[in-house]
Design a protein around this ligand. Structure first.
Ligand SMILES: *Cc1c(COP(=O)(O)O)cnc(C)c1O
Length: 375
């Protein structure tokens, strides 16, 4: 059996090696390392794939979130609501911009923003909502957009984990995840579903004016060369990364399908155990399984985590600590009782190896090992 990896980037590279090496050689020969034609090319390819008017490439997914918030003109003291159960980048940029993060609990089945908790958290100071499409499926965007409209709030979708997922509204309309709110952001970190070979990110919007503002912000606040109209940042996707992404974007749907197939294998096998809750797919979103995350009940989750590692099966706890319990983000306004689900998830979740190169033999060994432990 091949050695099992949490994410198999070498294996995936082997399938596209010739194209990537050719593209890299051509960029190295041209010395067009920054702002090469690959960047614009990838931007246009992604606009087409997502069916969105504007894609603005940038340096990483964290920058993408920060720049989106700068572009919307959020001001110190404005409250921004996001989830307690996500990667810290989401709340980090809110705090960095001196906005006030307001964390809310998540739904116990999808791990995404809880709609009742969101409603409860809105105050006259609230300016924006940041749903995170966690582990690969969309938050309940129809409800979130309705609430945002009612209260005149911006919606920024953190789409770092769900690029390629499809959202279906109750009238049957479909949209790509990240293109529903005022602005969406993503990350091309190597292990993401659409990953490059370094850092990368992008911002999406259908709003022409916002797109123009953001294009200046990513480039030192310049709209005319050497005239700086606003305080900006330096955040670029480089030519080598754009070339990798141009090669991988046409494969994204097949990558998603490979993940979905692996997820189905896990779920079919593991749902026989009453100690394991397999991922629940909501009816309004497809799931592209950035992570395949179980909930473990009546079995020592941490012991299972260690047992699998001992057997050569990588696995991880995303996320072990709720954001409201992180030193950096504690706030006296929070009540522990408002975070029941997140607190529970931190104690019960376990993510299994998930990538495009998993084979049946590996997956069979993984499920057998888990079922044996849970029996
Ligand atoms: C990865 C990730 C980010 C940050 O992306 P980087 O490219 O690493 O900066 C932000 N939000 C979520 C939910 C992520 O998973």
């Amino acid at each position: 059996m091949k050695k099992i990896q949490m994410v198999d980037l070498q294996g995936q590279y082997q399938h596209i090696k010739d194209n990537v090496n050719k593209a890299f050689t051509s960029i190295l020969d041209s010395a067009y390392y920054i702002g090469g034609p690959e960047v614009k090319g990838f931007q246009q390819d992604l606009e087409k794939y997502l069916d969105v008017k504007h894609v603005i490439p940038c340096a990483n997914g964290t920058d993408a979130l920060q720049i989106a918030m700068m572009g919307l003109g959020l001001q110190p003291g404005d409250e921004v609501i996001t989830v307690d159960f996500t990667f810290a980048a989401t709340v980090e940029v809110i705090a960095l911009l001196q906005l006030t993060p307001v964390l809310v609990d998540v739904d116990a089945t999808t791990f995404n923003m809880d709609i009742e908790a969101l409603k409860k958290a809105i105050t006259p100071k609230t300016k924006a909502i940041v749903p995170v499409h966690l582990f690969g499926q969309c938050a309940n965007m129809e409800e979130i957009m309705k609430i945002a409209k009612e209260h005149n709030l911006f919606v920024i979708e953190d789409n770092a984990q769900a690029i390629g997922a499809d959202y279906t509204f109750s009238d049957g309309t479909k949209k790509k995840s990240g293109t529903i709110g005022n602005v969406g952001t993503t990350s091309f970190f190597p292990s993401k579903n659409l990953g490059c070979y370094g850092d990368g990110g992008a911002i999406f919007t259908n709003d022409d004016e916002l797109a123009h503002t953001i294009r200046g912000i990513v480039n030192h606040g310049m709209y005319t060369r050497y005239y700086h109209d606003v305080v900006g940042v330096n955040s670029r996707l480089d030519s080598l990364q754009a070339a990798v992404l141009q090669i991988k974007l046409p494969l994204l749907d097949s990558y998603c399908q490979a993940r979905q197939k692996a997820a189905k294998f896990y779920s079919d096998a593991l749902s026989v155990s009453d100690k394991i809750e397999v991922p629940v797919i909501s009816d309004f979103s497809t799931h592209v399984f950035h992570q395949y995350t179980l909930k473990i009940k009546d079995v020592d989750r941490d012991a299972l985590h260690k047992h699998l590692l001992d057997k050569g099966i990588p696995n991880a706890i995303y996320y072990p600590v709720a954001l409201h319990n992180q030193k950096a983000y504690q706030d006296s306004r929070y009540n522990e009782s408002d975070f029941k689900t997140t607190n529970e998830l931190c104690k019960t979740v376990l993510s299994l190896p998930m990538h495009t190169e998993l084979d049946q033999e590996q997956q069979q060994f993984i499920v057998d090992t888990i079922l044996e432990f849970c029996s």
